[in-house]
Design a binder for this molecule. Structure first.
Ligand SMILES: [Cu+2]
Length: 163
């Protein structure tokens, strides 16, 4: 039937529009995308820089100042394991969505690293997916997230091909 054909065609066109729009969105947010004159070498980024992963440091500010991240970049979380009572333990969770991020709600969150995994060279997480990644510390029922600013999100940009 012509009507159904028309409806299917329109739906397909709509999908193409959505996909095309989302493909070009990063180029508007980031002048460096896609990289020109060479491929992107994956970076290793220490979360918080010399501050590491700790209580009472704005990782949202840090993430903004750090600039764009790209697919296959590695985020490294460094925090001391709880060796004695003087060390405040931390961990790393991936929150499922923006609402859980805003509210520091860990329902459905995925633990990436426990309190022992931030020692030494730190816990390394490779950004493999083109989507928002919501990171947070889940210690004390999310108190480090809510009151200690231990949360941030990044959207790794795809890497442009060589020109
Ligand atoms: Cu913490």
């Amino acid at each position: 039937m012509p009507t159904e054909d028309m409806g299917g065609f329109t739906f397909a066109q709509g999908l193409i529009l959505i996909v095309t729009a989302s493909m070009f969105a990063p180029s508007m947010a980031n002048k460096d995308w896609p990289h020109k004159g060479g491929s992107h070498h994956p970076n290793k980024i220490i979360v918080g820089g010399s501050e590491g992963w700790r209580f009472n440091f704005s990782y949202t500010d840090w993430a903004i100042k750090n600039g764009p991240v790209y697919l296959n970049d590695t985020l490294v979380f460094k925090y001391d394991p709880p060796t004695d009572n003087t060390t405040i333990p931390h961990n790393v969770y991936l929150l499922p969505n923006h609402w859980s991020f805003l509210n520091c709600n860990f329902t459905g969150a995925q633990i990436l690293a426990d309190v022992t995994q931030g020692g030494g060279d730190g816990f390394a997480f490779v950004l493999k997916e083109w989507k928002p990644h919501y990171f947070a510390c889940g210690v004390h029922d999310g108190a480090h997230c809510s009151f200690g600013q231990m949360k941030f999100f990044v959207v790794p940009f795809p890497v442009g091909s060589n020109d």
